[in-house]
Write a protein that binds this ligand. Sequence first.
Ligand SMILES: COc1ccc(S(=O)(=O)[C@H](CC(=O)O)C(F)F)cc1
Ligand SMILES: [Zn+2]
Ligand SMILES: [Zn+2]
Length: 153
Amino acid sequence: HIQGTRWNKNVITYIGRYTRDLPRSTVDSLVESAFSVWARASSLTFVRSHTRNADIMVEFHGDLYPFDGPGGTLAHAFGPGLGAGGDTHFDDDEHWTAGETFNLFVVAAHEFGHALGLKHSRNPDSLMYPTYRSSRPANLLSREDVANINALY
Ligand SMILES: COc1ccc(S(=O)(=O)[C@H](CC(=O)O)C(F)F)cc1
Ligand SMILES: [Zn+2]
Ligand SMILES: [Zn+2]
Protein backbone atom coordinates (compact mmCIF):
# COMPACT_ATOMS: atom_id res chain seq x y z
CA HIS A 1 0.00 0.00 0.00
CA ILE A 2 1.10 3.51 -0.72
CA GLN A 3 1.72 4.56 2.88
CA GLY A 4 1.78 8.33 2.82
CA THR A 5 2.58 10.26 5.96
CA ARG A 6 -0.40 12.57 6.46
CA TRP A 7 -3.02 14.64 4.61
CA ASN A 8 -1.92 18.24 4.16
CA LYS A 9 -5.42 19.57 4.92
CA ASN A 10 -7.93 19.26 7.74
CA VAL A 11 -11.12 18.88 5.69
CA ILE A 12 -11.12 15.42 4.14
CA THR A 13 -13.83 14.22 1.74
CA TYR A 14 -15.12 10.68 1.31
CA ILE A 15 -17.53 8.81 -0.93
CA GLY A 16 -19.01 5.43 -0.10
CA ARG A 17 -20.09 2.26 -1.84
CA TYR A 18 -22.26 -0.42 -0.25
CA THR A 19 -22.52 -4.03 0.88
CA ARG A 20 -25.55 -6.29 0.45
CA ASP A 21 -25.31 -7.18 4.14
CA LEU A 22 -26.85 -3.95 5.41
CA PRO A 23 -29.31 -1.26 4.30
CA ARG A 24 -27.58 1.66 2.57
CA SER A 25 -28.76 4.08 5.25
CA THR A 26 -27.13 1.87 7.91
CA VAL A 27 -23.83 1.75 6.01
CA ASP A 28 -23.98 5.55 5.63
CA SER A 29 -24.50 6.10 9.35
CA LEU A 30 -21.86 3.54 10.45
CA VAL A 31 -19.29 5.09 8.10
CA GLU A 32 -20.18 8.60 9.26
CA SER A 33 -19.90 7.48 12.92
CA ALA A 34 -16.52 5.88 12.25
CA PHE A 35 -15.21 9.15 10.79
CA SER A 36 -16.67 11.13 13.70
CA VAL A 37 -14.59 9.04 16.14
CA TRP A 38 -11.48 10.67 14.65
CA ALA A 39 -13.12 14.07 14.13
CA ARG A 40 -14.01 14.28 17.84
CA ALA A 41 -10.43 13.49 18.87
CA SER A 42 -8.65 15.83 16.44
CA SER A 43 -8.89 18.98 14.35
CA LEU A 44 -10.05 16.95 11.35
CA THR A 45 -13.46 17.20 9.71
CA PHE A 46 -14.92 14.74 7.21
CA VAL A 47 -17.32 15.73 4.46
CA ARG A 48 -19.27 13.28 2.36
CA SER A 49 -18.72 14.05 -1.31
CA HIS A 50 -20.93 13.10 -4.25
CA THR A 51 -18.25 13.52 -6.88
CA ARG A 52 -15.78 10.74 -7.54
CA ASN A 53 -12.72 12.81 -6.72
CA ALA A 54 -13.15 12.42 -2.99
CA ASP A 55 -10.03 11.88 -0.90
CA ILE A 56 -11.20 8.61 0.67
CA MET A 57 -13.16 6.09 -1.41
CA VAL A 58 -14.96 3.57 0.79
CA GLU A 59 -15.46 0.32 -1.15
CA PHE A 60 -16.55 -3.26 -0.62
CA HIS A 61 -14.93 -5.86 -2.80
CA GLY A 62 -14.71 -9.62 -2.83
CA ASP A 63 -15.58 -11.71 -5.86
CA LEU A 64 -13.76 -9.92 -8.69
CA TYR A 65 -10.88 -8.81 -6.51
CA PRO A 66 -10.99 -11.30 -3.66
CA PHE A 67 -9.38 -10.59 -0.34
CA ASP A 68 -9.19 -14.06 1.21
CA GLY A 69 -12.75 -15.27 1.75
CA PRO A 70 -14.48 -15.11 5.12
CA GLY A 71 -12.22 -14.31 8.07
CA GLY A 72 -8.56 -13.47 7.71
CA THR A 73 -8.13 -9.97 6.33
CA LEU A 74 -11.35 -8.04 6.94
CA ALA A 75 -10.34 -4.82 5.24
CA HIS A 76 -7.39 -2.75 4.08
CA ALA A 77 -6.69 0.95 3.64
CA PHE A 78 -4.14 2.99 1.72
CA GLY A 79 -2.21 5.69 3.56
CA PRO A 80 -2.83 9.37 2.74
CA GLY A 81 -2.10 10.49 -0.80
CA LEU A 82 -3.56 11.25 -4.21
CA GLY A 83 -5.51 8.73 -6.26
CA ALA A 84 -5.85 5.50 -4.31
CA GLY A 85 -4.37 7.22 -1.26
CA GLY A 86 -6.75 6.95 1.69
CA ASP A 87 -9.03 4.50 -0.10
CA THR A 88 -10.53 1.97 2.30
CA HIS A 89 -11.77 -1.42 1.14
CA PHE A 90 -13.87 -3.94 3.06
CA ASP A 91 -13.88 -7.63 2.25
CA ASP A 92 -17.39 -8.34 1.04
CA ASP A 93 -16.87 -12.02 1.78
CA GLU A 94 -17.29 -11.06 5.45
CA HIS A 95 -20.71 -10.71 7.04
CA TRP A 96 -20.97 -7.04 7.96
CA THR A 97 -23.25 -6.08 10.83
CA ALA A 98 -24.11 -3.10 12.99
CA GLY A 99 -23.77 -5.30 16.07
CA GLU A 100 -21.65 -8.41 16.56
CA THR A 101 -19.06 -9.87 14.23
CA PHE A 102 -18.04 -8.24 12.08
CA ASN A 103 -19.01 -4.81 13.26
CA LEU A 104 -18.62 -2.42 10.33
CA PHE A 105 -18.32 0.64 12.60
CA VAL A 106 -15.36 -0.80 14.56
CA VAL A 107 -13.52 -2.08 11.49
CA ALA A 108 -14.14 1.18 9.60
CA ALA A 109 -12.86 3.29 12.50
CA HIS A 110 -9.66 1.22 12.55
CA GLU A 111 -9.23 1.40 8.76
CA PHE A 112 -9.85 5.16 8.72
CA GLY A 113 -6.99 5.40 11.23
CA HIS A 114 -4.75 3.88 8.55
CA ALA A 115 -6.31 6.14 5.88
CA LEU A 116 -5.25 9.10 8.04
CA GLY A 117 -1.68 7.81 8.33
CA LEU A 118 -1.72 5.87 11.61
CA LYS A 119 0.19 2.63 12.02
CA HIS A 120 -0.62 -0.24 14.36
CA SER A 121 -0.39 0.00 18.14
CA ARG A 122 1.02 -2.67 20.49
CA ASN A 123 -1.53 -1.64 23.14
CA PRO A 124 -4.45 -4.13 23.12
CA ASP A 125 -6.74 -1.35 24.41
CA SER A 126 -6.05 0.80 21.36
CA LEU A 127 -8.33 0.89 18.34
CA MET A 128 -5.18 0.68 16.23
CA TYR A 129 -4.24 -2.68 17.77
CA PRO A 130 -4.18 -5.10 14.81
CA THR A 131 -6.69 -7.63 16.15
CA TYR A 132 -10.47 -7.34 15.78
CA ARG A 133 -12.53 -7.71 18.97
CA SER A 134 -16.29 -7.26 18.76
CA SER A 135 -16.59 -6.37 22.46
CA ARG A 136 -15.33 -2.82 22.07
CA PRO A 137 -15.56 -0.29 24.90
CA ALA A 138 -17.87 2.65 24.32
CA ASN A 139 -14.99 5.06 23.93
CA LEU A 140 -13.39 3.38 20.96
CA LEU A 141 -10.12 5.32 21.10
CA SER A 142 -7.47 4.78 23.75
CA ARG A 143 -5.48 7.73 25.09
CA GLU A 144 -2.67 6.46 22.86
CA ASP A 145 -4.89 6.62 19.75
CA VAL A 146 -5.87 10.19 20.62
CA ALA A 147 -2.22 11.15 21.23
CA ASN A 148 -1.15 9.56 17.93
CA ILE A 149 -3.76 11.33 15.76
CA ASN A 150 -2.90 14.64 17.41
CA ALA A 151 0.81 14.05 16.90
CA LEU A 152 0.08 13.71 13.21
CA TYR A 153 -2.43 16.57 12.70
C1 LIG B 1 -10.20 -3.28 14.86
O1 LIG B 1 -10.23 -3.13 13.45
C2 LIG B 1 -9.58 -4.05 12.68
C3 LIG B 1 -8.76 -5.04 13.20
C4 LIG B 1 -8.15 -5.96 12.34
C5 LIG B 1 -8.37 -5.86 10.97
S1 LIG B 1 -7.68 -7.03 9.92
O2 LIG B 1 -7.62 -8.31 10.60
O3 LIG B 1 -8.40 -7.02 8.65
C6 LIG B 1 -6.06 -6.53 9.58
C7 LIG B 1 -6.04 -5.43 8.53
C8 LIG B 1 -5.68 -4.08 9.16
O4 LIG B 1 -4.96 -4.08 10.16
O5 LIG B 1 -6.16 -3.06 8.67
C9 LIG B 1 -5.25 -7.71 9.16
F1 LIG B 1 -3.97 -7.33 9.02
F2 LIG B 1 -5.68 -8.16 8.00
C10 LIG B 1 -9.16 -4.84 10.45
C11 LIG B 1 -9.77 -3.93 11.31
ZN1 LIG C 1 -8.86 -3.50 -1.95
ZN1 LIG D 1 -4.80 -2.26 10.87
